[in-house]
Ligand binder design. Structure first.
Ligand SMILES: Nc1ncnc2c1ncn2[C@@H]1O[C@H](COP(=O)(O)OP(=O)(O)O)[C@@H](O)[C@H]1O
Ligand SMILES: [Mg+2]
Length: 266
């Protein structure tokens, strides 16, 4: 049996302030194995970003159930910088150059050792952006910036990589590059990946397993194995094996009811 890297067990969550309570997650359970690329697919607003934030201890509200990361809590995993997160849009300092952006979080963190320029260059090379290390961020395309964000998040040598719809605002060619890069990085750094998206296609292309989420308050409505060979390419989208996997996910989404489709699944 593979080791479990991340486990949600009967998790409930609601955003709460003085006047309102928004129930987002109801009895959510799933396990992600070590080195697996696991996907959560669900309609916009169902709670995908909230799930990632809970798994990274980045959100407060009314919570019950348990979330365990390699035997510890999300808070401890975050404190030990074992989690990297890549959001939909890169969050970088536009006037600083690529290398400065990559080194910044480790300079701010109070944990020695000092950030290593050699390590940064190695990762920039893996991501295919080493030649741009002294260029200011604002001169780079959106796809290049996303690569730099990925490199920055990998500087702390994380065990887990969370991806929050990282391909959504990119054009097709750039998506293909990032799909390749994500698979390469996950494999060469032995990462466990949790990917959330409303795109069925992106989820099937990237993931080993996909959990289909119900509309809010969300829970897992079905788990589907995606046993396509790797590395996977966007061109595969017209191949029968891919279409079969996509249709099993699509059927699960339909079985979820018409509400799921209203939320804007693609
Ligand atoms: N800080 C917050 N306070 C209250 N409600 C929130 C907050 N953040 C998100 N929500 C609500 O929680 C629900 C889930 O949001 P989110 O996790 O961002 O969904 P998704 O990523 O699937 O689009 C939405 O209805 C959203 O409006
Ligand atoms: Mg979101």
């Amino acid at each position: 049996m593979p080791e479990t890297a991340l486990r949600f067990d009967d998790v409930h969550f609601a955003y709460e302030n003085a006047s309102i309570s928004v129930e987002v997650i109801r009895s959510l359970s799933f396990d992600v194995s070590s080195h697996e690329i696991f996907g959560l697919v669900g309609p916009s607003g169902c709670g995908k970003t909230t799930i990632l934030k809970l798994a990274a201890d980045l959100v407060t509200g009314s919570t019950s159930g348990s979330i365990v990361i390699d035997g510890t809590s999300p808070a401890q995993a975050r404190a030990e910088r074992r989690i990297a997160i890549l959001f939909q849009r890169p969050i970088l300092l536009p006037w600083r150059n690529v290398l400065e952006n990559v080194l910044l979080p480790s300079q701010i963190a109070d944990d020695p050792p000092a950030p290593s320029k050699a390590k940064a260059m190695e990762l920039l090379d893996l991501a295919g952006v080493a030649d741009f290390s002294d260029r200011p961020i604002h001169e780079l395309s959106g796809g290049m910036q996303q690569r730099v964000s990925l490199v920055r998040s990998l500087m702390s040598e994380p065990r887990l990589l969370y991806l929050d719809e990282p391909f959504i605002s990119l054009d097709e060619v750039v998506k293909e590059d990032l799909l390749q890069l994500t698979q390469r990085v996950a494999q060469s750094l032995s990462l466990t990946v949790l990917h959330v998206s409303h795109s069925l296609e992106d989820s099937v292309l990237l993931c080993d397993r996909v959990a289909v989420l119900a509309p809010r308050p969300t829970t897992v409505s079905q788990l589907i194995d995606i046993s396509l060979d790797r590395p996977r390419h966007y061109q595969q989208r017209i191949e029968p094996e891919f279409l079969e996997a996509l249709s099993s996910v699509r059927n699960a989404v339909h079985a979820n009811g018409r509400n799921a489709l209203k939320g804007g699944l693609q």
